[in-house]
Design a binder for this molecule. Structure first.
Ligand code: SER
Length: 394
């Protein structure tokens, strides 16, 4: 059985109803550009609106995060990834979710509890230590680290938020050492958020309705939002060094190293950004200078810049069709390969022309000095050369 199926079935057996998940594009009127977390499409329900499927949900959600962009290229960070999630909409609290989390990881997925560590919210001036989570982990016998900022989850500066408890797994050789905050061989796999509050513009916190309605408060029924990164879990269960070496990336790692000789970090960046670009275009976004299209454009340009560092004859036209097909089929996207390839290759041509123009303009004597804001404005307004591109060409 696949990892996703095992996860979903585990929660169905505990009365959760599967949701279909959504695309990377949030619903109309949502202030964020992309879906960044599994809870995102559930925001109105965490805030109190009754969900048509009930109070216990489970699902898989594709997410896009560009906040960790500089970390992409390491073993575990991806821009587009899939989050396995379980939710309690005011139905149960931290003790249930953490015990189920422990049971699923150890009994079903076979992870060794001696290679696990958990973190718990230690309290700050607004919210007390998360006693219930602490007690639950103590009963289960796992080592615990208390933190504040690292154990507070919110989807943005305002809106639903709360303390969380994160489960880490040791990925180093030999016996575990240190703690999650002191040794990055502890990899976070599963975050359980006790979504108890709404943060207002002035920074104040209001307990969410579902916490009060159900006689909740700390330790009783509340909103629970959990997210388990599928690629990371696959890496751990398949015993691989990085997410790129898992079965999820098999066709990528079989073809890209043969096509382009790149160092490990560059290869990961190229694979990640290209795969994400396919998924984003597959969800209906086209490259542009604003909004979602600009996020996509930056990803494509970052990938091409990495690809052309040693050899500017490399082209997306050479990418095997199989990689497009594999990605679209994995993410259940209906767009055609021909259309997606065309959009990406057109963007490559546009970027290549822009770089040629940039080099020509910057070779002018006027720019053989350090540039000031007037120069950058002129280069942008007259020649369409963004500041970061100008800097990369000098
Ligand atoms: N919203 C939390 C996260 O993204 C748990 O799903 O980590």
């Amino acid at each position: 059985m696949t990892i996703s199926r095992t996860f979903i079935d585990f929660f169905i057996d505990r009365d959760h109803v599967p949701t279909t998940g959504s695309t990377l594009i949030p619903r109309l009127g949502d202030p964020v550009l992309f879906t960044t977390s599994g809870m995102h499409p559930l925001t109105p329900y965490l805030e109190g609106e009754p969900h048509p499927l009930g109070r216990r949900l489970v699902g898989i959600q594709r997410c896009l995060r560009t906040t960790d962009l500089d970390e992409v290229g390491d073993r575990t960070h991806l821009t587009v990834f899939e989050m396995l999630g379980s939710w309690s909409l005011g139905d149960y609290g931290s003790s249930e979710t953490l015990k189920w989390g422990y049971e699923l990881l150890t009994s079903r997925f076979g992870l060794d509890p001696r290679r696990m560590y958990v973190t718990v919210f230690g309290g700050d001036e607004q919210v007390p230590l998360d006693q219930e989570s602490l007690r639950t982990w103590q009963e289960l016998g796992l080592p615990i680290e208390l933190t504040t900022e690292d154990n507070w989850w919110s989807n943005g500066p305002t809106g639903p938020c709360g303390p969380d408890s994160e489960i880490f797994v040791w990925t180093g050789d030999g016996d575990p050492e240190g703690t999650p905050t002191t040794d990055d061989r502890w990899v976070e796999v599963w975050n359980h958020v006790m979504m108890r509050y709404r943060r207002h513009d002035d920074g104040s916190l209001e307990p969410l309705k579902q916490q009060n309605d159900w006689g909740g408060g700390a330790g009783k029924e509340c909103n629970i939002d959990t997210g388990l990164g599928l690629e990371r879990l696959t890496m751990l269960l398949e015993g691989k060094r990085s997410v790129y070496e898992t079965s999820l990336f098999e066709p990528w790692m079989r073809t890209i190293p043969k096509l382009w000789k790149l160092d490990e970090r560059s290869r990961r960046i190229v694979i990640d950004h290209l795969r994400s670009s396919i998924v984003i275009v597959g969800d209906g976004v086209h490259p542009s200078n604003t909004g979602r299209g600009y996020v996509l454009r930056r990803l494509i340009r970052r990938m091409l810049t990495t690809l052309w560092r040693d050899d500017d004859s490399r082209s997306l036209s050479d990418v095997p069709i199989e990689l497009f097909e594999h990605t679209l089929s994995h993410f259940h996207q209906g767009e055609t390969v021909t259309m997606i390839r065309r959009i990406l290759i057109d963007e490559e041509i546009r970027f290549s022309n822009l770089l040629d123009r940039g080099r020509k303009v910057l070779s002018h004597e006027r720019f053989h000095k350090s540039l000031d804001d007037t120069d950058y404005k002129y280069l942008h307004d007259t020649h369409g050369l963004p500041r970061e591109l100008v800097d990369s060409l000098r």
